[in-house]
Design a protein around this ligand. Structure first.
Ligand code: NG1
Length: 510
C-alpha cells in the first residue's frame, strides 16, 4: 500500500455529504465554543476520525483474513490546543467532552506521566482510556519523553457499544491529534497500524479492521482490507444498480461493552481461533512453515502452497478454492465435540502441557471459560472468509447495471454471514436475531449484525426505492416503544464516507 499523508480538510464539505454539511458546520462551531468555555482560549486544530460499518467479514480480521467495511459519517472530532506553558498539576493531556448523554460522561480528565510513561488501567472501563491509548501509542513510537502538552475537547456521534467502532474512532482521532501536536511525520497507513496496537492497551485483543477503515476510508467506496502478507486497503465499488442499493444501519439498542465481556466473549474467540489454527497446522502438516500460535490465514496460506489448482485463473477464485480445501479438511482435523473441548482435551489434541497451552493462548489477555468451541469457530472463520471474497467478486464484476439477481446474491451472503455468526460464532443475541428477522420481513435482501456483535447494530441491504417503507416498518415494529429522537439516531441509511484527517485552519469558527 502506498504511504499517504493524513488527509487535510479545509471545510466540512470535504468530509460530509451536502445534506449534512450545514448541521456539521454548527457542530464544529459549537465544539470550538465549548473549547473556549472550557479552557479560556481557542483551539488550534481539529482532528477527526469516523466510525465504520462492516458490510461483511465478521471476526476474521484477527485471523488474518480480508474484510469489507466502509466509513460512516458518524465520527469523533477533537479540538486541540498545544500548550508550551506549564499546566496545573503537571498535566500533559487534558480531555473534556461535549455530550454527557451520548457516550462520554461530562468531566475533564487530566493525565500526567509516571516516569515518562502514560499509564492505562485496563480494569477501569472509562472512555478516556481510548484517548490515553492513542496518546500513549504515538508518544512511544516517536520516543517522546517530554511531550508537548495538549488541551482537548472531544465530541462523538458514533453510538458507544454499537458495533460501529466508537472505540477505534476515539483512538484514531487522538492518535492523529497527538501526531500533529508532537510534530511527528507518520503516514496514514503507519498511524492506522499504530492505532491497532494502541487500542490493545485497553485490554481487548482486537483485529485491525476498525482503525484501518477509520484512517483509510474513502467517500463512495467500500474497502477490502487485507492483513497478509502485508496490510493493504483496496477500494471496492458499491455496485451501481437500477434500482440502486442502499445500506441501512439499525441499532438493536443492546449496548455491547466489548472491554467488560472480553474474557468470555471477544478475547476468548481470539484464543479459540488460534488454538484451532495450531491444530489444523498439525493436521495439514504445515506446522514447521507457520511457527508457533499461527492464525488460520497463516495455515491456509502455507497449505495452499502445497495445492495443485485445477484450471483457475483469478486470484480470488484460487483463494476461495484453497479455503474450500481447508474447510473440507477441518472435520478430519478437529473433533466436532458438540459441547466443545475442555482445557485437558485441548492439551491432549496439541500434545502440550497445560502450562504450555496456558502460556501460549490464555495468558496475554485474561480468558474465562470451561470449554473451547474450536470446530464451530474455525468453520465460521473459514466460510466467512470465503463469503467476503465472493461478495467482493460480485461487486467487482457487477458492471454498470446490477441486476436484482446480483443484489439478492449479495444479500444472501449477508444472511449466511448472520446465520454463521449466530449458530457457530455465538456472537448474536436475541434482540439482534429479532431485528434481523424484522429487517428481512420488511424488504431487506440481506441483514446481519455488524461489528463484534453481542448487541449493537445490524446492517441491511435494501433497494433504494424501498428504504423509506423499510425504515417506517421498523419504527412500528422493533422501535414501537422508542421516542422519535431515539429512533432517528438508531436507524439510518448510510453511504461510504470519508476517512480520518485534520482541519488546521479554524479561522472560520473563531
Ligand atoms: P467492534 O464492532 O468495533 O467492537 C470488533 C473489533 C474488530 C473486529 C470486529 C468483529 C476492535 C477494536 N474491533 O469491532 O477488529 O474483530 O469486532 O468483526 O477490536
Amino acid at each position: 500500500m502506498a504511504n499517504s499523508l493524513v488527509t487535510e480538510f479545509t471545510s466540512v464539505k470535504d468530509i460530509y455529504s451536502a445534506a449534512a454539511s450545514s448541521e456539521q458546520e454548527c457542530r464544529y462551531r459549537s465544539l470550538v465554543k465549548t473549547f473556549f468555555q472550557t479552557y479560556g482560549k481557542p483551539p488550534q486544530f481539529i482532528a477527526r476520525a469516523p466510525g465504520r460499518v462492516n458490510i461483511i467479514g465478521e471476526h476474521i480480521d484477527y485471523c488474518g483474513f480480508g474484510v469489507l467495511p466502509m466509513g460512516i459519517e458518524k465520527d469523533v472530532i477533537a479540538a486541540v490546543y498545544v500548550a508550551d506553558e506549564a499546566l496545573p498539576g503537571e498535566t500533559i493531556l487534558s480531555l473534556a467532552n461535549t455530550q454527557p448523554d451520548v457516550y462520554f460522561k461530562r468531566e475533564v480528565q487530566f493525565l500526567g506521566l509516571d516516569q515518562g510513561i502514560v499509564e492505562i488501567d485496563a480494569a477501569r472501563h472509562e472512555w478516556y482510556n481510548y484517548c490515553s491509548a492513542g496518546f500513549k501509542g504515538v508518544l512511544e513510537t516517536l520516543g517522546t519523553k517530554a511531550p508537548r502538552k495538549m488541551l482537548c475537547v472531544v465530541d462523538g456521534t458514533v453510538p458507544g457499544g454499537g458495533g460501529l467502532s466508537s472505540s477505534s474512532a476515539l483512538v484514531c482521532c487522538i492518535s492523529i491529534a497527538t501526531m500533529h501536536a508532537q510534530g511527528g511525520k507518520l503516514s496514514a497507513e503507519q498511524l492506522a497500524l499504530l492505532a491497532v496496537a494502541s487500542e490493545r492497551y485497553v485490554g481487548v485483543n482486537g483485529g485491525g479492521m476498525d482503525q484501518v477503515c477509520s484512517m483509510m476510508a474513502k467517500k463512495d467506496e467500500a474497502l477490502f482490507i487485507e492483513f497478509s502478507p502485508v496490510l493493504s486497503a483496496t477500494s471496492v465499488p458499491i455496485p451501481l444498480a437500477d434500482p440502486p442499493i442502499s445500506f441501512v444501519i439499525a441499532n438493536s439498542l443492546v449496548v455491547s461493552d466489548k472491554a467488560t465481556t472480553a474474557p468470555f466473549c471477544y478475547n476468548l474467540r481470539v484464543a479459540e481461533t488460534r488454538i484451532a489454527a495450531s491444530l489444523m497446522a498439525h493436521h495439514l502438516n504445515v506446522y514447521d512453515q507457520v511457527g508457533v500460535t499461527p492464525t488460520l490465514e497463516d495455515v491456509v496460506a502455507a497449505y495452499s502452497k502445497t495445492l495443485e489448482y485445477p484450471e483457475i485463473e483469478s486470484s480470488i477464485d484460487r483463494a476461495i478454492f484453497s479455503l474450500e480445501v481447508v474447510i473440507k479438511a477441518l472435520r478430519r482435523g478437529l473433533n466436532y465435540h458438540e459441547e466443545g473441548y475442555t482445557l485437558t482435551q485441548v492439551c491432549e489434541a496439541l500434545d502440550a502441557s497445560e502450562a504450555a497451552v496456558t502460556k501460549s493462548y490464555l495468558t496475554e489477555y485474561p480468558i474465562k471459560t470451561d470449554v473451547f468451541h474450536l470446530y464451530k469457530r474455525a468453520y465460521h472463520v473459514l466460510t466467512e472468509a470465503q463469503r467476503v471474497l465472493q461478495f467482493r467478486h460480485l461487486c467487482d464484476n457487477a458492471g454498470e447495471k446490477l441486476s436484482k439477481n446480483i443484489a439478492q446474491s449479495l444479500g444472501d451472503l449477508m444472511n449466511a454471514s448472520q446465520n454463521s455468526c449466530k449458530a457457530l460464532y455465538n456472537c448474536s443475541c436475541p434482540e439482534l436475531d429479532e431485528l434481523v428477522k424484522l429487517c428481512r420481513l420488511n424488504g431487506a435482501l440481506g441483514s446481519r449484525l455488524t461489528g463484534a456483535g453481542w448487541g449493537g447494530c445490524t446492517i441491511s441491504l435494501v433497494l433504494q426505492p424501498q428504504v423509506n417503507d423499510f425504515i417506517q416498518a421498523l419504527q412500528k415494529s422493533y422501535y414501537s416503544k422508542s421516542t422519535d429522537e431515539e429512533f432517528i439516531s438508531a436507524v439510518f441509511a448510510t453511504h461510504p464516507a470519508q476517512g480520518a484527517g485534520l482541519m488546521k485552519n479554524l479561522e472560520h469558527y473563531l
